[in-house]
Write a protein that binds this ligand. Structure first.
Ligand SMILES: C[S@@+](CC[C@H](N)C(=O)[O-])C[C@H]1O[C@@H](n2cnc3c(N)ncnc32)[C@H](O)[C@@H]1O
Length: 230
């Protein structure tokens, strides 16, 4: 079941959730945060350009908790188009319970015109659950991730854990869900997130991940990234 996002706009046109009393992305620079936390945090540029990577399998799979405005997806698509070889395929699966309207996504991305351009297929066709952008497939799995992820039959190479602040949106960071994320990660796969909240770190460790605290983005002291070793 999907629910109303209860979105409003604050400061300079930044999307804000009244339901969770939190921003969709960093106050300083959402796009730079996406690059640092999610792309660099999962070492995607290196992995996509690794020697031999595309001989053993030609698909890379990213999964995300919280599609929101799609900023993470479109920034990923932007980098993929620059870095990945032509025959490689990317699947990006995002779990979202409170989907935004296309005009809200368009408005949120308007500060980055190149990303807003990339988003055109999604803005023009709002009822689809799957979108194709060249060799990139976007799957939107709508509903509470705690109900939808256990029914998902795939495993990701990399996870973006991007719920609202753990204090405001604990449902998206709870232990059972972190177990599901672990089970839906390939051996050798990774996760990254902007937060270093203690209970999130403990849940990820208990689920089975090797977890590291690294320098946070912007004003944040630390964030987490990690790997499924076995
Ligand atoms: C910080 S925002 C995500 C920002 C997004 N990645 C972006 O690039 O704009 C958190 C997202 O998690 C979603 N969310 C919160 N609780 C959820 C749940 N139980 N299941 C699925 N999605 C949920 C919210 O609706 C919101 O879109």
């Amino acid at each position: 079941m999907t629910l109303d996002a209860d979105l409003t706009w604050i400061d300079n046109n930044a999307p804000y959730s009244r339901r969770f009393e939190d921003r969709y992305f960093s106050r300083e620079d959402g796009r730079a945060e996406t690059q640092a936390v999610f792309l660099d945090g999962n070492e995607l540029a290196d992995r996509w350009q690794e020697q031999g990577r595309w001989q053993t399998g030609s698909t890379f799979h990213i999964a995300e908790l919280g599609f929101g405005t799609g900023l993470n997806f479109f920034e990923t698509l932007h980098h993929w188009q620059k870095l990945a070889p032509e025959h490689a395929r990317l699947i990006f699966t995002s779990f979202e319970q409170y989907p935004l309207e296309p005009e809200q996504i368009g408005r949120a991305l308007a500060v980055w015109p190149d990303l807003a351009d990339l988003a055109t297929p999604l803005l023009n066709q709002n009822s689809a659950k799957q979108y194709q952008f060249g060799n990139v497939t976007l799957n939107l799995l709508l509903g509470d991730a705690r109900a939808t992820l256990p029914t998902w039959c795939e495993q990701a190479d990399a996870w973006y854990l991007d719920g609202f602040s753990p204090a405001k949106n604990p449902q998206l960071w709870e232990l059972d869900l972190m177990h599901q994320v672990f089970d839906h990660t390939k051996v050798g796969g990774t996760f990254s997130t902007y937060t270093a909240a203690g209970f999130v770190r403990r849940n990820l460790q208990q689920a089975g991940f090797d977890v590291r605290r690294v320098q946070g983005f912007g004003g944040k002291r630390e964030r987490l990234q990690g790997c499924r070793v076995r």
